[in-house]
Design a protein around this ligand. Structure first.
Ligand code: ZN
Length: 280
C-alpha cells in the first residue's frame, strides 16, 4: 500500500471530466483510472466529507480524526458525471461536490475551447436534483465561467450573485454555500466580493492563503494514472505532484493569453465567430 498523507486540514481533490470522449486538453481522466483511484482511497480508509463537514474542519481544524478525510470536487458539471462518476462513488459510500456553471446547466459547453470533436453537454436540473436527493452536493462555478479577476467589481459581483441566487432558488440554501473560482483565479478583491455575495467557502488554485474564501485544491490531470493521486501522497512524489499541478495551473494562464492573441489576429483578419478560453 502506498503511503498516504495524514491531513491536518482535509485536502480537496479537483477533477473535471471523467470518461467520455477523448480531448486535446489536460483535464480529462479516464474512467478506469478514476475507479482505480477511488477504490484505492476507499480501501485505505479514506472517507469523503460533505461541504458542511468540510466547513467545520476549516473553522475548527483538528488532527484527531479516526480516518483520513478529503473533499472530492468536480468542476464544470458535465453530464457524463451522472454516468461515469456518481454511481461509482455511491457504490463506495463516497459523496462529492460538483461546481456548476449555472448559466449552462442542461446546455452545451459553448463557453469552453473546442477540445473535443463534438460539443459536450452539462448536467440538467432534473439529474442534479436526483443526485442531490442521494446525498451529492452542488455549488457555484460562477454563472458563465468568466475569469473573475479580469472583470470589473460590478461584473464580478453579478457573476457571483446570479449564480448563487440560481442555486439557492433551484436547490436550496446548502447549494449557495460555496464557489470554485473559474481557472482558480482569485485575489483579495474577488474574495471580498464572494463574501459579500454570501459565500462561506471559496476554492481557488493549488495555493490558498488561509482564508475560507481562498482555499487550495489539488487538481487531478490526464497524466495521473497511479492508484493514489500524486498530490495526496506523502514524501517526494507528493511534493512533485503538487508542483506539477501548480505548474499546469500556471500554464493554463498562458493558454488563455494565446487564445486572446489568436482572437485578436482573427479580429484583424476578418469577422470572428467566438473565442472562448479554456478551463483548467
Ligand atoms: Zn472550470
Amino acid at each position: 500500500m502506498e503511503e498516504v498523507l495524514a491531513p491536518f486540514r482535509p485536502p480537496v481533490l479537483c477533477y473535471h471530466r471523467v470518461g467520455g470522449p477523448l480531448e486535446l486538453g489536460i483535464t480529462r481522466v479516464a474512467r478506469s483510472t478514476f475507479v482505480r483511484q477511488m477504490t484505492t482511497l476507499a480501501r485505505a480508509g479514506w472517507r469523503t466529507l460533505t461541504l458542511a463537514e468540510f466547513s467545520q474542519r476549516v473553522t475548527h481544524p483538528t488532527s484527531r480524526i479516526p480516518h483520513p478525510e478529503l473533499l472530492l470536487t468536480f468542476d464544470d458539471g458535465y453530464a457524463s458525471l451522472a454516468e461515469h462518476v456518481y454511481p461509482v462513488l455511491a457504490d463506495m459510500g463516497f459523496t462529492a461536490t460538483t461546481f456548476l456553471i449555472t448559466d449552462y446547466v442542461g446546455r452545451l459547453n459553448t463557453w469552453d475551447v473546442r477540445y473535443t470533436w463534438d460539443r459536450l453537454v452539462h448536467l440538467d436540473w432534473d439529474t442534479i436534483g436526483r443526485w442531490q436527493e442521494r446525498g451529492f452536493e452542488f455549488a457555484s462555478h460562477s454563472a458563465s465561467h468568466a475569469r473573475l479577476t479580469w472583470l470589473s467589481d460590478a461584473d464580478a459581483a453579478a457573476e457571483l450573485e446570479r449564480s448563487r441566487e440560481t442555486l439557492r432558488h433551484r436547490l436550496g440554501p446548502q447549494a449557495a454555500r460555496a464557489v470554485a473560482y473559474p481557472f482558480g483565479a482569485r485575489d483579495e478583491r474577488i474574495e471580498r466580493l464572494a463574501r459579500a455575495a454570501g459565500y462561506e467557502l471559496g476554492f481557488g488554485g493549488v495555493q490558498g492563503n488561509g482564508s475560507p474564501l481562498a482555499l487550495a485544491r489539488l487538481p487531478v490531470y490526464v497524466w495521473e494514472v497511479g492508484r493514489i493521486p500524486m498530490a495526496l501522497r506523502g514524501g517526494t512524489s507528493g511534493a512533485i505532484g503538487r508542483f506539477v499541478a501548480h505548474a499546469a495551473n500556471r500554464c493554463a494562464v498562458g493558454t488563455s493569453v494565446m487564445r486572446g492573441v489568436r482572437s485578436w489576429v482573427s479580429d484583424v483578419r476578418g469577422p470572428r465567430t467566438q473565442h472562448p478560453t479554456p478551463d483548467t
